[in-house]
Design a binder for this molecule. Structure first.
Ligand code: AMP
Length: 545
C-alpha cells in the first residue's frame, strides 16, 4: 500500500473542494448569522497561510488563537497546521496569569484574537513575551487596538492581512508525525500541561468521530459545537465536519440557552455538542419558554458525568436521545460513547446510556489497582482507568510527568469499572473519591442521585474530614428557582436508593456550584470553602430507624 501521510491538509483539501458548497454559519446575536461556504473557507485559509508566512511563520512556530467558535477560528484550524505551523488554542476562560503562563510555556509566536476579547487579552500580553504578532479578527477601533501594542510586537487586522494576501498557497508535504496542534489541560490542580497532537493523530481521531458507533457525523448533519474550539479541539468536530461534509453551526459568543435554542430552530441543527451544564441550562429554558428543537437527532454530552435525570428528561419531554461520551484532552479527546447494545430496550437502556460508554476502536483500556496491578475487566473490579492508542498522548510538552504514565499506558486519573463489552462506568476522579471507614463512596453516584430530585438543579459532593470515619460526603446543592427542599427531605429521598452508610449527613445550599474554565465542577474550591468555614453546613443526626 502507499505510504500516504495522514495530514490536516488532506482533510482541508477534501472538505473545501468535494464539499465546497457546505457552510459554516456563525451566530451574530440579533444580527443575521454570518454564512461562509467551505470553498470560501479554503480560499481564506490560503490567504491566512500567506499572511502568516509574510509575518515570519516558516516552520513549526506556535500560532495561538484566543477566539470563540466561529468561521475565522475554523480558518485558523485549517491554515495553521496545513502550512506546517502548530495551532495553539488558548482557553479564554482562564485568568490572564494562566494564559500568560501557557502562551510562554508553548513559546507562542503569533496570536489571532477576537476583537471582543481585546480587553481580556491586553492583560495577558505583558505576561506573554514570546508573542510578536497580534492579529485581531473582527471590528475594533483604534483605542482598543492601542491596548495591544507594545515593544517588539506588531498588531494587525485579520481582514486586512487576508485582503492583501494571495488566495492560493503552496501547501507543503508534511510528516504525518509532526505537530499539528496543541492544547493545555484545564488543570484543576497544579499547572496546566501541554498536549501536542500530530497530524496523524488528529486525522485518525476525526475519522473515529465520524464512525457510526461514535458520533456518526455525516453529510446529513448540521453540527453545533457549543464545546469551545479551545477545549480539546471542540472534540474534533471541526475536522470531522470537513471530512464528512457536515455543516457547522457556530455559536460565537452567544451561548446563553435562549440564543442556543434560537440557533437550533433557525439553522435546523441536527447534532449539538457540549458539557452537561449547557444542556441542563437549555432544558430549564425549554421547560420554561418552549422552543422547536425537533431538528435535533442528538445532543452529545461529555466533559463531566451527564446526570441520568437530564437524559431521561430530554427523551421524555422532547423526544431527544442524548449521547453521553467520555474523553480527555490527552485523548484528542474522544475515548468512549454510550449507546446501549443492540437488542437492549425499555428501562434496560439507561444503565448503558448513563455509563461513560463503550471504548471506541483505537482506544484500549484497562484498570489498575492501588499498587499498579492490572485488575479484571469484569464490570465489578474498581480501579484507575489506563488507556493507550494512536490518538492518546505519549508525553506532555516539555514536562516529564512520569506519574501520568505506566508501562506505555496513560493514567487517566479516572476511577471506575470496565466490563467485558468495553463499557466504562466511572465513579470518580482518583482525587475525588471519598473513603469512609475504609470503604469507597462514589461522589459521582451521589451527585447523580441528588440531581434526580425534582427540586434540585445541580449538586456536587466532596469528601470532608470526619473524626469517626476518616472522611464523609458533603453535598452542596443548588435548588431550582422557586423550589424548596430541606436536607432531611433530600436525605430521605436518597435513602431508598443507596446503602444507608453512604447517605451524606452534611448538606449545604449554594447559589452555584463553582466550575472550572471548561464547566466542570471545581471541587477544590468547595473544599477550600469548607476548610475556611465559609459554607453554611447543616449536619443531620442519625437516621431514624
Ligand atoms: P478535559 O481534559 O478537560 O477534557 O478533562 C478530562 C476529564 O473530564 C476526564 O478525565 C474525566 O475526569 C472528566 N470527564 C470527561 N467526560 C466525562 C464523562 N462523560 N463522565 C465523567 N467524567 C468525564
Amino acid at each position: 500500500m502507499m505510504d500516504y501521510p495522514l495530514t490536516i491538509s488532506t482533510v482541508m483539501r477534501y472538505g473545501t473542494t468535494v464539499f465546497g458548497d457546505k457552510e459554516v454559519v456563525t451566530c451574530a446575536g440579533d444580527e443575521p448569522a454570518r454564512r461562509r461556504s467551505y470553498a470560501a473557507v479554503g480560499e481564506r485559509a490560503a490567504r491566512l497561510a500567506n499572511a502568516l508566512r509574510s509575518l515570519g511563520v516558516d516552520g513549526d512556530q506556535r500560532v495561538a488563537t484566543f477566539m470563540w467558535n466561529n468561521a475565522e477560528h475554523l480558518e485558523a484550524y485549517l491554515a495553521i497546521p496545513s502550512m506546517g505551523a502548530v495551532l495553539h488554542t488558548l482557553n479564554l476562560r482562564l485568568s490572564p496569569e494562566q494564559v500568560g503562563y501557557i502562551a510562554t510555556h508553548a513559546g507562542d509566536y503569533a496570536v489571532i484574537v477576537d476583537a471582543s476579547l481585546i480587553p481580556l487579552f491586553a492583560n495577558v500580553l505583558p505576561l506573554a513575551e514570546t508573542i510578536k504578532h497580534v492579529i485581531v479578527s473582527g471590528p475594533a477601533d483604534a483605542a482598543a487596538l492601542g491596548a495591544l501594542t507594545g515593544q517588539g510586537r506588531e498588531v494587525h487586522s485579520y481582514e486586512e492581512l487576508l485582503a492583501g494576501a494571495r488566495d492560493t498557497f503552496d501547501w507543503p508535504d508534511l510528516d504525518e508525525r509532526s505537530a499539528a496542534a496543541m492544547c493545555y489541560t484545564s488543570g484543576t490542580t497544579g499547572l496546566p500541561k501541554g498536549v501536542a497532537y500530530s497530524h496523524r493523530s488528529s486525522y485518525l481521531h476525526s475519522m473515529a468521530v465520524c464512525t457510526a458507533n461514535a458520533l456518526g457525523a455525516s453529510e446529513q448533519d448540521r453540527i453545533m459545537p457549543i464545546v469551545p474550539q479551545f477545549h480539546a479541539n471542540a472534540w474534533g468536530l471541526p475536522y470531522a465536519a470537513m471530512m464528512s461534509g457536515a455543516d457547522l453551526v457556530m455559536p460565537d459568543r452567544f451561548m446563553i440557552p435562549a440564543a442556543v435554542v434560537k440557533l437550533i430552530e433557525t439553522e435546523k441543527v441536527t447534532m449539538g455538542a457540549g458539557v452537561p451544564t449547557i444542556w441542563q441550562g437549555m432544558l430549564a429554558h425549554l421547560r420554561a419558554h418552549g422552543g422547536d428543537v425537533s431538528s435535533l437527532r442528538t445532543l452529545v454530552c461529555g466533559g463531566s458525568a451527564l446526570p441520568e435525570a437530564v437524559m431521561r428528561a430530554y427523551a421524555d419531554e422532547f423526544g431527544i436521545t442524548m449521547t453521553h461520551a467520555w474523553g480527555m484532552t490527552e485523548l484528542s479527546p474522544l475515548g468512549s460513547v454510550a449507546r446501549e447494545p443492540v437488542g437492549v430496550t425499555g428501562e434496560a437502556v439507561w444503565p448503558y446510556r448513563a455509563s461513560q460508554g463503550r471504548l471506541i476502536c483505537g482506544v484500549e483500556g484497562r484498570l489498575t489497582g492501588d499498587d499498579g496491578q492490572v485488575l479484571p475487566s469484569d464490570g465489578k473490579a474498581v480501579g484507575e482507568l489506563e488507556c493507550r492508542g494512536p490518538w492518546i498522548t505519549a508525553s506532555y510538552y516539555l514536562d516529564d510527568a512520569p506519574e501520568k504514565f505506566h508501562d506505555g499506558w496513560l493514567r487517566t486519573g479516572d476511577v471506575g469499572t470496565l466490563d467485558a463489552e468495553g463499557f466504562i462506568r466511572l465513579t470518580d476522579r482518583a482525587k475525588d473519591v471519598i473513603k469512609s471507614g475504609g470503604e469507597w463512596i462514589s461522589s459521582m453516584e451521589l451527585e447523580n442521585l441528588i440531581m434526580a430530585h425534582p427540586a434540585v438543579a445541580e449538586a456536587a459532593v466532596i469528601g470532608v474530614p470526619d473524626d469517626r470515619w476518616g472522611e464523609r460526603p458533603l453535598a452542596a446543592v443548588v435548588l431550582r428557582p422557586d423550589a424548596e427542599a430541606t436536607p432531611d427531605e433530600l436525605r430521605a429521598y436518597l435513602a431508598d436508593r443507596i446503602p444507608r452508610w453512604q447517605l451524606p449527613e452534611r448538606w449545604t445550599f449554594v447559589d452555584e456550584v463553582p466550575k472550572t474554565s471548561v464547566g466542570k465542577f471545581k471541587k477544590t474550591t468547595l473544599r477550600d470553602q469548607y476548610a475556611a468555614g465559609t459554607l453554611a453546613v447543616t449536619k443531620l443526626g442519625a437516621l431514624p430507624h
